[in-house]
Design a protein around this ligand. Structure first.
Ligand code: GSH
Length: 256
């Protein structure tokens, strides 16, 4: 084992006080939706300064060249961190990748030990590949589709029901999905919030209900959820002209 030598005492010099330059805020490309809330909640939890750059997905901001440069999948959220690795700017798209990046950057809500990190990743990816996409399809076929397709409604409502069941079992005797409160919980919360639109009864899942309320009580979750809420006018299912236009923008996409 190497033994660190005691450093020789330094001659006293007058210390030059250099002020740390103010941290530039992270740019959050965002619209207030379940995928957007994941990041506003994490930024609030970490107390990182950020500025919202609205991406109105109902009017097509997601197809702007400047946005596609940082988010080639034409989906928000995305971030630009002016103080990325090497103190150089970095952009990140995909909410799961953003959560992991912010977790690594701050050392918060994303454990450093491999065993604990694997557990968080499991539930984070469970949300990214399961709960999010399936709940999204349930919203689509139950609320927005111009045609009512009973097969699709049943298929996605049941699949979300199954996923809530998995989550409920996991949360039996636990406060959070993966050890301590983590980015996995932040990823899931906004997707449980619209449980009624997914055809679910939260009382059927008592452990999910308790977890959902426990999280909702956190001040940072409240702030993250409220972030940019004033941007949103009405919902996609409304019978207004704007909602019809937004559905056209969102539900008629092909490769360009
Ligand atoms: N896997 C992506 C999904 C993001 C996503 O679907 N975002 C939606 C809003 S919740 C969006 O930007 N939609 C724009 C569109 O469909 O054109 C992520 O987690 O970041």
């Amino acid at each position: 084992m190497a033994i660190q030598k005691k450093k020789p005492a330094k001659a006293k010099t007058t210390k030059k006080v250099t002020k740390k330059p103010a941290q530039k805020p992270i740019e959050l490309y965002y619209w207030p939706t379940p995928n957007g809330w994941k990041i506003s909640i994490m930024l609030e939890e970490c107390k990182l300064p950020y500025v919202i750059k609205p991406i109105n997905i109902g009017t097509g901001d997601q197809f702007k060249k400047s946005f596609l440069k940082i988010a080639p999948n034409n989906r928000m959220p995305a971030i630009i961190d002016p103080s990325g690795p090497g103190n150089k700017p970095i952009s990140v798209f995909e909410s799961g990748a953003i959560l992991q990046y912010l977790g690594r950057k701050t050392g918060k809500f994303y454990p450093g030990s491999e065993r604990a990190r694997v557990e968080v990743d499991e539930w984070l990816f469970w949300q990214m590949g399961g709960l999010g996409p399936m709940a999204g399809q349930a919203h689509h076929f139950r609320q927005y589709a111009s045609m009512k397709v009973p097969y699709a409604i049943r298929r996605y409502t049941n699949e979300v029901n199954r996923l809530y069941g998995v989550m409920d079992k996991r949360l039996r005797g636990r406060e959070y999905l993966a050890g301590k409160y983590s980015i996995a919980d932040m990823a899931c919360w906004g997707w449980v919030l619209p449980y009624k639109n997914q055809g679910q009864k939260i009382t059927d899942f008592p452990n999910v209900k308790k977890w959902f309320e426990r999280m909702g009580d956190r001040p940072a979750v409240k702030r993250g959820f409220a972030a940019g809420m004033a941007l949103r006018q009405g919902t996609l299912g409304d019978k207004t002209k704007d909602a019809a236009k937004a559905r056209k923008v969102l539900f008629n996409q092909k490769a360009r």
